[in-house]
Write a protein of this length. Structure first.
Length: 232
């Protein structure tokens, strides 16, 4: 999948002096900017506030204070998002290609839909599964299909909340490797909420470390040497 390089130098996601939480502050004074082509992993213990932070900067939760930047440079159509606990809530058997197409606008021409679906599946190495029934796939394959549905929108920014949950290490590394390649070759910006510090160090360019109500942000080489979070 190819994306035209962006000339917009503003952040695609982020906040300034953000205070976020549900009813009460969980994280305060968060300043974070995601630029084009960066691969961010958000790391921290369960309940530390990782998903709350991401949901707030995406505008899915109201902020308690501070500033949230416009998502994807103000063009939310160029955002791909797969939330935590995403499931295949489709009552009837559906093929992979049909499911991925559900993420696209109804008004698109059939040829455009077919091209977008094909490109998304190929980019994740699952083109051969196009005619397979989604409900019959393995967990790892289903996770890739969910990501492909988000990629079919040809986003500038892809946000995935816990995409590695219940995946074995080989499957997790394969998925992260494919995403890192899209980041390098297509200029896609990535934000992933994850637990595994080793995988973040192997694939991400930047990390957000969330612990004890505090947030540190920066390049992997700098921050992963500063703190070791439990469970990462």
């Amino acid at each position: 999948m190819s994306r035209a390089p962006s000339t917009d130098l503003g952040p695609l996601l982020g906040a300034e002096q953000l205070c976020c939480g549900r009813r009460r502050p969980v994280l305060v004074d968060v300043t974070w900017r995601v630029a084009a082509g960066e691969f961010w992993c958000v790391l921290g213990d369960n309940g530390a506030g990782k998903s709350t932070l991401v949901a707030t900067v995406l505008g899915l939760l109201p902020k308690l204070g501070g500033t949230v930047f416009p998502v994807a440079g103000g063009d939310r159509h160029r955002l791909g998002y797969v939330p935590q606990q995403q499931r295949f809530d489709v009552p009837l058997p559906i093929t992979v290609a049909e499911f991925v197409a559900l993420g696209l606008d109804d008004g698109l021409r059939r040829a455009v839909v077919a091209s977008s679906v094909h490109g998304a599946l190929q980019s994740l190495g699952i083109g051969a599964l196009a005619n397979s029934v989604v409900q019959e796939l393995s967990i790892g394959q289903q996770r890739r299909v969910l990501v492909a549905r988000a990629l079919a929108r040809q986003p500038r920014l892809l946000v995935l909340d816990e995409p590695l949950a219940n995946l074995d290490e080989a499957s997790a590394r394969q998925l992260l490797g494919d995403l890192a390649r899209l980041c390098r070759e297509d200029g896609l910006s990535l934000v992933l909420v994850v637990h595994d510090r080793r995988l973040a160090a192997a694939f991400a360019s930047h990390v957000v470390l969330v612990a004890d109500g505090r947030v540190r942000v920066g390049p992997v080489a700098e921050l992963l040497g500063l703190a070791v979070l439990g469970g990462c």
